[in-house]
Design a protein around this ligand. Structure first.
Ligand code: C2E
Ligand code: MG
Ligand code: MG
Ligand code: MG
Length: 289
């Protein structure tokens, strides 16, 4: 009966799950060759000093221009790369490309690279970082590595050895997406982070008096400052959010308000200019009725 009902009936027997699995498999095989085909590239988002509005660095964010699907989000393909064992290769490419790009910027401007927890499983991570810095000639002080709480889920010595190895090179360490994981805070005792990045989920709408996010941000900034770490507020989109972030003592901001992730040429221009200052805000005037 299904056959006589024609093509449309096929869906009844092949649930969406199958289609999703098939799509995933296609994406998987495409990802395996994306690097060789030059479909991956890095966008750079400025990180700005909250008070001076000077650009202090950029975060490298990976992009995939798929020939048929267009732009595929890293939220989709990074987990895939992790699952299929491609993340080490992609991660090293990101590191190398970002470091090479940053050598074109003024010396005080940093580049931040996101690392997957999987990259910590190998013993080679510090060696790879050292090698990439050597090959590109980037000053270790100019490189910041962003890691997430996920790295500490298995609180083992190996992870801490890798972190010590990275610190010994002289690179900076940032804790990304702080407050969103399920990890305990105990790793903060052991890991000398230079910076904590407060996730966008706390920043969005934090200026709303109804929101409890301001209290959480204040606590995170206090904790970080006691531990001699800087704080970056992620995902600042409005002047209201910026004003609040400043008042809470957060020293750095990143977000669409100051700049979206941009192609390398634009980042280089902005790095040379050095300022992301917003146009002065017109004074508020009483509306005439
Ligand atoms: P992340 O490291 O927390 O990066 C911040 C994300 O927030 C980026 O999304 C960025 O484009 C976005 N964002 C920044 N400012 C704003 C804003 O004002 N509003 C909104 N709505 N979004 C903002 P993106 O580029 O899609 O990256 C998503 C995640 O993918 C990253 O989160 C990171 O976890 C991962 N990722 C990106 N590139 C890499 C990479 O090279 N390696 C690894 N392992 N992960 C990466
Ligand atoms: Mg990040
Ligand atoms: Mg982040
Ligand atoms: Mg985030």
């Amino acid at each position: 009966a299904a056959k006589s009902a024609g093509k449309g009936c096929f869906r009844f027997f092949a649930p969406d799950m199958h289609e999703a699995a098939r799509q995933r498999q296609l994406l998987e095989s495409d990802l395996r060759v994306a690097l060789e085909k030059g479909e991956l590239w890095l966008a750079y988002q400025p990180c700005v000093d909250a008070s001076s509005e000077d650009v202090i660095g950029f975060e490298a964010l990976i992009r995939w221009n798929h020939p048929e699907r267009g732009s595929v989000s890293p939220v989709e393909f990074i987990p895939l790369a992790e699952e299929i064992g491609l993340i080490n290769e992609i991660g090293e490419w990101v590191l190398r490309t970002a470091c090479a790009e940053a050598t074109k910027w003024p010396k005080h401007i940093t580049v931040a690279v996101n690392l997957s927890p999987i990259q910590f499983k190998s013993h080679a991570l510090p060696t790879i970082v050292r090698m990439v810095l050597n090959d590109t000639g980037l000053d270790p002080k100019q490189l910041e590595l962003e890691i997430t709480e996920g790295v500490f889920l298995n609180n083992d010595d190996h992870v801490h050895d890798m972190i010590d190895g990275l610190k010994a090179i002289g690179v900076k360490l940032a804790l990304d997406d702080f407050g969103t994981g399920y990890s305990s805070l105990s790793y903060l005792q052991r890991v000398p982070f230079d910076k904590i990045k407060i996730d966008r989920s706390f920043v969005s709408g934090a200026h709303d008096p109804e929101s409890r996010n301001a209290a959480l941000i204040r606590a995170m900034v206090g904790l970080a400052s006691d531990l001699k770490m800087q704080t970056t507020a992620e995902g600042v989109e409005t002047r209201e959010e910026l004003a609040l972030i400043r008042s809470l003592g957060c020293s750095l901001v990143q977000g669409y308000l100051f700049g979206k992730p941009m192609p390398p040429e634009e980042a280089q221009e902005l790095a040379a200019k050095g300022s992301a200052a917003l146009p002065a805000q017109l004074p508020w005037r009483e509306p005439r009725i």
